[in-house]
Design a protein around this ligand. Structure first.
Ligand code: C5P
Length: 234
């Protein structure tokens, strides 16, 4: 099946503290969106990419236009932009609406995971193609995680069964569209797409993630991303 990618880049980036949308933040001299679009295209999995940008953001729209023109010649991947919504789930929904119906497999990816290696895209897409309706890349959790109410600890889940979840998350397109049409999809507590399928009783499978697929969220993450890019220079 043909793979379509929804690349969500419509977040505000408040936790980075630069006062601009996160996808516009520079890392090694280029925007986070340029890095993440490049990693999606370089993976070679996508026939089409819909980039979801903040409404009215001329800078990010121009980044997408430019990338679209660069790939127009080889006609292997179509890249377009749409405006996002108030929540991550609303932004994914806008991206899904703009994906061609020929995309039988959909990967939803955070633009903030700007340095995600091609192998992660391949693992996720292969597992969906092999018949799993929902596939997510995960890593073991290194910290002990507590459940806290106010300033009091109420529980300590067994760390051995916990996983930290990354993107791209891969889905059978029909299953994902159905899940996003459900009532829970508008809940602001929807932090990933797999939880919408879990709510519908679908089996969500895990594949191995990658430390380099970390989400650039805080100023420290940006320092780490810059260092990774600098170490890559020949
Ligand atoms: O806020 P969070 O870190 O969960 O955001 C993950 C991804 O979702 C980011 O790439 C961000 O740009 C995107 N997002 C979006 N629209 C929103 C909120 C987040 O596209 N309203």
């Amino acid at each position: 099946a043909e793979v379509g990618v929804v690349l969500v880049a419509a977040g505000s980036g408040q936790r980075l503290g630069q006062g601009i949308p996160k996808a516009r933040v520079l890392c090694g001299g280029r925007t986070l969106l340029e890095h993440s679009l490049e990693s999606v295209v370089a993976s070679g999995v996508a026939a089409s990419v819909v980039v979801v940008v903040p409404a009215g953001d001329a800078v990010l729209s121009a980044v997408v236009d430019q990338a679209g023109r660069r790939t127009a010649g080889d006609r292997t991947v179509r890249i377009t932009a749409v405006a996002g919504g108030a929540t991550r789930a609303a932004s994914v929904r806008a991206g899904l609406d703009a994906l061609p119906s020929s995309a039988g497999v959909v990967l939803v990816h955070d633009a903030a995971r700007a340095l995600t290696p091609p192998a992660v895209f391949h693992r996720v897409a292969a597992a969906v193609r092999a018949g799993s309706p929902a596939v997510i890349p995960v890593l073991p959790v290194v910290d002990t995680v507590k459940v806290v109410t106010g300033d009091v600890v109420t529980a300590t889940p067994d760390r051995a069964v916990l996983r930290a979840v990354q993107t791209p998350q891969g889905f059978d397109a029909r299953a994902l569209r159905a899940a996003h049409a459900s009532a829970t999809a508008s809940d602001p507590g929807v932090t990933d797409d797999a939880m919408l399928l879990e709510a519908q009783g679908a089996t969500v499978r895990v594949v191995e993630g990658d430390a380099l697929a970390f989400k650039v969220t805080t100023p420290l993450d940006l320092v780490i991303a810059e260092a990774v890019l600098a170490a890559r220079q020949p």
